[in-house]
Design a protein around this ligand. Structure first.
Ligand SMILES: CC(C)(COP(=O)(O)OP(=O)(O)OC[C@H]1O[C@@H](n2cnc3c(N)ncnc32)[C@H](O)[C@@H]1OP(=O)(O)O)[C@@H](O)C(=O)NCCC(=O)NCCS
Length: 199
Protein backbone atom coordinates (compact mmCIF):
# COMPACT_ATOMS: atom_id res chain seq x y z
CA UNK A 1 0.00 0.00 0.00
CA UNK A 2 1.43 3.48 -0.86
CA UNK A 3 2.51 5.42 2.25
CA UNK A 4 0.05 8.28 1.79
CA UNK A 5 -2.90 5.93 1.40
CA UNK A 6 -2.14 4.33 4.79
CA UNK A 7 -1.93 7.74 6.49
CA UNK A 8 -5.25 8.84 4.98
CA UNK A 9 -6.89 5.63 6.10
CA UNK A 10 -5.73 5.93 9.70
CA UNK A 11 -6.97 9.54 9.84
CA UNK A 12 -10.46 8.25 8.97
CA UNK A 13 -10.09 5.16 11.13
CA UNK A 14 -13.03 5.11 13.53
CA UNK A 15 -12.39 3.04 16.60
CA UNK A 16 -15.19 3.85 19.03
CA UNK A 17 -17.58 1.26 20.44
CA UNK A 18 -20.79 1.50 22.43
CA UNK A 19 -20.48 -0.08 25.87
CA UNK A 20 -22.79 -0.87 28.75
CA UNK A 21 -21.89 1.66 31.48
CA UNK A 22 -19.68 0.10 34.15
CA UNK A 23 -17.99 0.99 37.41
CA UNK A 24 -14.59 0.88 35.66
CA UNK A 25 -15.67 3.62 33.22
CA UNK A 26 -17.52 5.72 35.79
CA UNK A 27 -14.56 8.01 36.75
CA UNK A 28 -14.21 9.08 33.11
CA UNK A 29 -17.93 9.83 32.96
CA UNK A 30 -17.70 11.87 36.17
CA UNK A 31 -14.74 13.82 34.74
CA UNK A 32 -16.83 14.71 31.66
CA UNK A 33 -19.71 15.92 33.87
CA UNK A 34 -17.31 17.92 36.05
CA UNK A 35 -15.84 19.42 32.87
CA UNK A 36 -19.17 21.06 32.10
CA UNK A 37 -20.62 18.57 29.60
CA UNK A 38 -24.25 17.50 30.04
CA UNK A 39 -25.68 14.21 28.73
CA UNK A 40 -29.00 16.02 28.18
CA UNK A 41 -28.88 18.59 25.39
CA UNK A 42 -32.00 20.30 26.72
CA UNK A 43 -31.71 20.15 30.52
CA UNK A 44 -28.21 21.17 31.60
CA UNK A 45 -29.14 20.74 35.26
CA UNK A 46 -28.97 17.00 34.57
CA UNK A 47 -25.16 17.07 34.93
CA UNK A 48 -25.34 18.31 38.53
CA UNK A 49 -28.19 15.95 39.36
CA UNK A 50 -26.20 13.00 38.04
CA UNK A 51 -23.04 13.98 39.93
CA UNK A 52 -25.06 14.06 43.16
CA UNK A 53 -26.65 10.69 42.35
CA UNK A 54 -23.25 9.09 41.57
CA UNK A 55 -21.80 10.44 44.82
CA UNK A 56 -24.74 9.02 46.80
CA UNK A 57 -25.26 5.68 45.04
CA UNK A 58 -22.92 4.79 42.14
CA UNK A 59 -24.31 1.26 41.68
CA UNK A 60 -27.89 2.56 41.61
CA UNK A 61 -26.92 5.25 39.11
CA UNK A 62 -25.39 2.69 36.74
CA UNK A 63 -28.34 0.32 37.14
CA UNK A 64 -30.73 3.13 36.19
CA UNK A 65 -28.97 3.56 32.83
CA UNK A 66 -30.00 0.06 31.80
CA UNK A 67 -33.75 -0.19 32.18
CA UNK A 68 -35.36 -2.31 29.43
CA UNK A 69 -38.38 -2.97 31.64
CA UNK A 70 -38.99 0.68 32.60
CA UNK A 71 -38.63 0.05 36.32
CA UNK A 72 -37.19 3.52 36.95
CA UNK A 73 -39.04 6.57 38.26
CA UNK A 74 -41.02 8.92 35.96
CA UNK A 75 -39.07 11.12 33.52
CA UNK A 76 -38.98 14.88 33.91
CA UNK A 77 -39.47 16.89 30.70
CA UNK A 78 -37.82 20.33 30.19
CA UNK A 79 -40.99 22.10 31.41
CA UNK A 80 -41.04 20.06 34.63
CA UNK A 81 -43.86 17.73 33.52
CA UNK A 82 -43.36 14.18 34.80
CA UNK A 83 -44.27 11.34 32.46
CA UNK A 84 -44.01 7.53 32.71
CA UNK A 85 -40.62 6.17 31.70
CA UNK A 86 -40.36 4.06 28.54
CA UNK A 87 -38.26 0.90 28.42
CA UNK A 88 -34.74 1.82 27.33
CA UNK A 89 -31.02 1.85 27.97
CA UNK A 90 -27.98 4.00 27.52
CA UNK A 91 -24.62 3.04 26.15
CA UNK A 92 -21.38 4.95 26.59
CA UNK A 93 -19.37 5.73 23.49
CA UNK A 94 -15.80 4.70 24.18
CA UNK A 95 -12.51 4.79 22.24
CA UNK A 96 -10.34 3.89 25.22
CA UNK A 97 -11.63 7.11 26.79
CA UNK A 98 -15.15 8.38 27.41
CA UNK A 99 -16.54 10.01 24.25
CA UNK A 100 -20.27 10.47 24.78
CA UNK A 101 -23.58 8.72 25.27
CA UNK A 102 -26.29 7.23 23.11
CA UNK A 103 -29.69 6.11 24.36
CA UNK A 104 -32.48 3.94 22.95
CA UNK A 105 -36.07 3.89 24.23
CA UNK A 106 -39.21 2.29 22.85
CA UNK A 107 -42.89 1.83 23.74
CA UNK A 108 -43.45 -1.54 25.40
CA UNK A 109 -45.87 -2.54 22.59
CA UNK A 110 -43.33 -1.43 19.90
CA UNK A 111 -46.00 0.97 18.60
CA UNK A 112 -45.67 4.70 17.83
CA UNK A 113 -43.84 6.94 20.31
CA UNK A 114 -45.92 9.30 22.46
CA UNK A 115 -45.75 12.92 21.21
CA UNK A 116 -43.60 14.08 24.15
CA UNK A 117 -40.81 11.60 23.23
CA UNK A 118 -38.50 13.12 20.62
CA UNK A 119 -37.32 9.96 18.87
CA UNK A 120 -36.21 6.45 19.76
CA UNK A 121 -32.52 7.33 19.82
CA UNK A 122 -30.63 10.33 21.20
CA UNK A 123 -26.88 10.92 21.37
CA UNK A 124 -24.26 13.44 22.35
CA UNK A 125 -20.49 13.49 21.93
CA UNK A 126 -18.27 15.46 24.31
CA UNK A 127 -16.73 18.48 22.55
CA UNK A 128 -13.14 17.14 22.48
CA UNK A 129 -14.24 13.97 20.65
CA UNK A 130 -16.41 15.55 17.96
CA UNK A 131 -15.83 15.37 14.19
CA UNK A 132 -14.16 11.95 14.26
CA UNK A 133 -17.14 10.03 12.92
CA UNK A 134 -18.05 8.76 16.39
CA UNK A 135 -21.73 9.77 16.42
CA UNK A 136 -22.17 8.23 12.96
CA UNK A 137 -20.62 4.94 14.08
CA UNK A 138 -22.43 4.91 17.43
CA UNK A 139 -25.81 5.36 15.73
CA UNK A 140 -24.99 2.52 13.32
CA UNK A 141 -24.16 0.25 16.25
CA UNK A 142 -27.30 1.27 18.13
CA UNK A 143 -29.46 0.33 15.12
CA UNK A 144 -28.33 -3.26 15.73
CA UNK A 145 -29.54 -2.97 19.33
CA UNK A 146 -32.87 -1.55 18.10
CA UNK A 147 -33.34 -4.60 15.86
CA UNK A 148 -32.54 -6.86 18.79
CA UNK A 149 -35.32 -5.34 20.92
CA UNK A 150 -37.79 -5.96 18.09
CA UNK A 151 -38.21 -2.55 16.49
CA UNK A 152 -38.94 -2.49 12.75
CA UNK A 153 -37.99 1.19 12.41
CA UNK A 154 -36.66 4.04 14.52
CA UNK A 155 -37.53 7.71 14.46
CA UNK A 156 -35.01 10.42 15.28
CA UNK A 157 -35.65 14.13 15.60
CA UNK A 158 -33.29 17.09 15.34
CA UNK A 159 -33.45 20.83 15.59
CA UNK A 160 -33.86 22.36 12.14
CA UNK A 161 -30.35 23.90 12.32
CA UNK A 162 -28.50 20.85 13.70
CA UNK A 163 -26.61 20.05 10.49
CA UNK A 164 -24.19 17.68 12.23
CA UNK A 165 -26.92 15.48 13.68
CA UNK A 166 -28.83 15.47 10.39
CA UNK A 167 -25.67 14.22 8.62
CA UNK A 168 -25.26 11.50 11.24
CA UNK A 169 -28.82 10.28 10.56
CA UNK A 170 -28.60 10.51 6.77
CA UNK A 171 -25.30 8.57 6.83
CA UNK A 172 -27.19 5.75 8.59
CA UNK A 173 -29.98 5.49 6.02
CA UNK A 174 -32.32 8.03 7.59
CA UNK A 175 -35.07 9.58 5.50
CA UNK A 176 -36.62 12.94 6.31
CA UNK A 177 -40.29 12.39 7.15
CA UNK A 178 -41.51 15.84 8.11
CA UNK A 179 -40.93 19.19 9.67
CA UNK A 180 -43.02 19.25 12.84
CA UNK A 181 -43.84 21.34 15.89
CA UNK A 182 -42.43 19.86 19.09
CA UNK A 183 -44.64 19.05 22.06
CA UNK A 184 -45.37 21.99 24.36
CA UNK A 185 -42.90 20.57 26.91
CA UNK A 186 -40.20 21.54 24.39
CA UNK A 187 -41.57 25.05 23.74
CA UNK A 188 -43.34 24.11 20.47
CA UNK A 189 -40.17 24.82 18.48
CA UNK A 190 -39.84 23.42 14.96
CA UNK A 191 -37.98 20.17 14.48
CA UNK A 192 -37.20 17.64 11.77
CA UNK A 193 -38.33 14.05 12.05
CA UNK A 194 -36.36 11.26 10.35
CA UNK A 195 -37.06 7.56 10.04
CA UNK A 196 -34.67 4.64 9.59
CA UNK A 197 -36.19 1.33 8.49
CA UNK A 198 -34.62 -1.71 10.18
CA UNK A 199 -35.03 -4.53 7.67
C1 LIG B 1 -24.30 16.20 16.69
C2 LIG B 1 -23.10 15.46 17.28
C3 LIG B 1 -23.62 14.26 18.05
C4 LIG B 1 -22.22 14.98 16.11
O1 LIG B 1 -21.19 14.17 16.67
P1 LIG B 1 -19.84 13.87 15.88
O2 LIG B 1 -19.24 12.64 16.47
O3 LIG B 1 -19.02 15.09 15.83
O4 LIG B 1 -20.40 13.55 14.43
P2 LIG B 1 -19.59 12.84 13.26
O5 LIG B 1 -18.11 13.03 13.49
O6 LIG B 1 -20.09 11.44 13.11
O7 LIG B 1 -19.97 13.74 12.01
C5 LIG B 1 -21.09 13.50 11.22
C6 LIG B 1 -21.09 14.52 10.10
O8 LIG B 1 -21.42 15.80 10.63
C7 LIG B 1 -20.41 16.73 10.28
N1 LIG B 1 -20.30 17.65 11.37
C8 LIG B 1 -19.84 17.39 12.62
N2 LIG B 1 -19.92 18.51 13.36
C9 LIG B 1 -20.42 19.47 12.56
C10 LIG B 1 -20.74 20.82 12.76
N3 LIG B 1 -20.55 21.43 13.95
N4 LIG B 1 -21.25 21.53 11.73
C11 LIG B 1 -21.46 20.92 10.51
N5 LIG B 1 -21.19 19.62 10.27
C12 LIG B 1 -20.66 18.92 11.28
C13 LIG B 1 -19.17 15.90 10.06
O9 LIG B 1 -18.22 16.54 9.24
C14 LIG B 1 -19.73 14.69 9.40
O10 LIG B 1 -20.03 14.97 8.05
P3 LIG B 1 -19.39 14.11 6.87
O11 LIG B 1 -19.94 12.71 7.10
O12 LIG B 1 -19.90 14.77 5.65
O13 LIG B 1 -17.91 14.15 7.06
C15 LIG B 1 -22.26 16.37 18.19
O14 LIG B 1 -21.93 17.55 17.51
C16 LIG B 1 -22.96 16.72 19.50
O15 LIG B 1 -22.86 15.98 20.47
N6 LIG B 1 -23.70 17.86 19.52
C17 LIG B 1 -24.45 18.26 20.71
C18 LIG B 1 -25.57 17.30 21.01
C19 LIG B 1 -26.51 17.06 19.84
O16 LIG B 1 -26.78 17.95 19.04
N7 LIG B 1 -27.01 15.81 19.75
C20 LIG B 1 -27.95 15.41 18.73
C21 LIG B 1 -29.33 15.85 19.09
S1 LIG B 1 -30.47 15.46 17.76
Amino acid sequence: MPQNEGAAESARDVTCEIMRPSMAMLPAYVAALEGGWSPDNLRHAVAGEQLAHIERDPEGFLAGLDDPEAKGPPMELPNGLRVPRLPGFRRWIWDGEFCGTIGLRWPADRGPLPPHVLGHIGYTIIPSKRRRGYATRALGLMLGEARRVGLSYVELTTDTDNDASQKVILANGGVLVERFVKHEAYGMAHGLRFRIELH
